[in-house]
Design a binder for this molecule. Structure first.
Ligand code: HEM
Ligand SMILES: *[C@@H]1O[C@H](CO)[C@@H](O)[C@H](O)[C@H]1NC(C)=O
Ligand SMILES: *[C@@H]1O[C@H](CO)[C@@H](O)[C@H](O)[C@H]1NC(C)=O
Ligand SMILES: *[C@@H]1O[C@H](CO)[C@@H](O)[C@H](O)[C@H]1NC(C)=O
Ligand SMILES: *[C@@H]1O[C@H](CO)[C@@H](O)[C@H](O)[C@H]1NC(C)=O
Ligand SMILES: *[C@@H]1O[C@H](CO)[C@@H](O)[C@H](O)[C@H]1NC(C)=O
Ligand SMILES: *[C@@H]1O[C@H](CO)[C@@H](O)[C@H](O)[C@H]1NC(C)=O
Ligand SMILES: *[C@@H]1O[C@H](CO)[C@@H](O)[C@H](O)[C@H]1NC(C)=O
Ligand SMILES: *[C@@H]1O[C@H](CO)[C@@H](O)[C@H](O)[C@H]1NC(C)=O
Length: 260
């Protein structure tokens, strides 16, 4: 019995590692599907962990999507929904749509890693020239907190210098730190606070879970304390003040050529 069932179990495990999440194949959004500046919500809709049309996103659906796709604790999914529901202007709303998340300075903000500032154009579709600015600071094959923080600070500096309407409150800073650490949460090494750059670029560009690159949902449950620690690490790395020892990173001079 054991001899027969072992290979079967192994082949299922292998299949799970290379195929799209079971029952959740990826499909590009259609012209009437709402999408947002959040690459993860878009990804979850593209895989139908969330409604594909981007409408009627209820708490139950957020909790279940974050839990099954990313192994988020259900309390954490519920908390994130509670923070996001302000996007729906109706009183006592029980759902939001992805379109509503595009409202500027509610949750959407300036200096995104992959989206243009509202002042300059579309604030919610992936923008290659903005993402190029970000990637210039991703100077190693494995992104660490310094690289992620540097791209965040650089995008803010770019907006502050060139967008006369640049707005970035301390509330937005809190969201931003969460967003910048999110790739580590979804795809990275929680302890080391690092993440493979190839997976992150694939995710931003395709709004698809990087299953075909060997990623799978982590087995460890994501709790609020993990998020808090990672956002603190990114926050610390965002400081431009160092100790008397240099900040160590993995410089790639070729990537710097366009900037300096
Ligand atoms: C209820 C759950 C969530 C809501 C309502 C939400 C909403 C948003 C919004 C409105 C933005 C745009 C902010 C901006 O203007 O840059 C954003 C950005 C982002 N979100 Fe989410 N998000 C959620 C969950 C997640 C999760 C679970 C992840 C990954 C673990 C994630 C990853 C990101 C990333 C990486 C960005 C930055 C995009 C950029 O700067 O270009 N989000 N999110
Ligand atoms: C929204 O989703 C909830 C829960 O699945 C469902 O009860 C409700 O009928 C849906 N509303 C619309 C307008 O589709
Ligand atoms: C989920 O989060 C809640 C609230 O923070 C916590 O009490 C619970 O222990 C967590 N569950 C797991 C399985 O980590
Ligand atoms: C919203 O909920 C509050 C508190 O439960 C209630 O007092 C208020 O009447 C509700 N408003 C609407 C428009 O349903
Ligand atoms: C991308 O962003 C840049 C800078 O904000 C803007 O000039 C350009 O029009 C945007 N591209 C698209 C396709 O929206
Ligand atoms: C300009 O900034 C104000 C205040 O932050 C904001 O309400 C408005 O939406 C912004 N407009 C653009 C185009 O960025
Ligand atoms: C982004 O960078 C790539 C690689 O350097 C380049 O080929 C592409 O033209 C750039 N795109 C934009 C919109 O700046
Ligand atoms: C990053 O992930 C890609 C795709 O799975 C893999 O080919 C590459 O070896 C990884 N890089 C490192 C440094 O582990
Ligand atoms: C962030 O920096 C503070 C002050 O240097 C330090 O006490 C704290 O341990 C750091 N946090 C993390 C998570 O590294």
């Amino acid at each position: 019995m054991r001899l027969i069932s072992l290979p079967a179990t192994l082949s299922i495990a292998l299949a799970a590692a290379i195929e799209p999440p079971e029952g959740h194949p990826w499909l590009a959004p259609g012209p009437n599907d709402y999408r947002v500046p959040c690459p993860m919500l878009n990804t979850l809709s593209n895989h139908q962990f969330l409604p594909r049309d981007g409408r009627n996103i209820t708490k139950d659906k957020v909790v279940s999507a974050m839990s099954s796709a990313l192994n988020f604790n259900e309390s954490l999914g519920a908390l994130m929904f509670d923070m996001a529901i302000v996007a729906n202007p109706e009183p006592n709303a029980t759902f939001f749509t992805l379109y509503q998340l595009n409202r500027h300075n509610v949750l959407e903000h300036d200096s995104s890693l992959s989206r243009s500032d509202t002042f300059f154009g579309n604030n919610h579709v992936f923008n290659e020239s903005i993402f190029n600015e970000t990637k210039a600071y991703w100077t190693g094959e494995i992104l660490d907190a310094n690289m992620l923080a540097n791209s965040k600070v650089a995008r803010q500096l770019s907006s502050k210098a060139f967008n006369p309407n640049y707005t970035f409150t301390s509330t937005i800073e809190g969201f931003s730190l969460g967003e910048v650490s999110a790739p580590i949460v979804a795809f990275g090494d929680l302890q080391a606070a690092t993440v493979n750059r190839t997976l992150v670029e694939y995710f931003f560009r395709n709004e698809r879970l990087p299953t075909e690159l060997g990623w799978s949902t982590r087995t460890e449950i994501i709790n609020i304390d993990i998020i808090s620690r990672l956002t603190q690490i990114i926050s610390n790395a965002s400081s431009l003040i160092t100790t008397s020892e240099a900040v160590v990173s993995s410089p790639r001079r070729d990537l710097h050529a366009g900037i300096y």
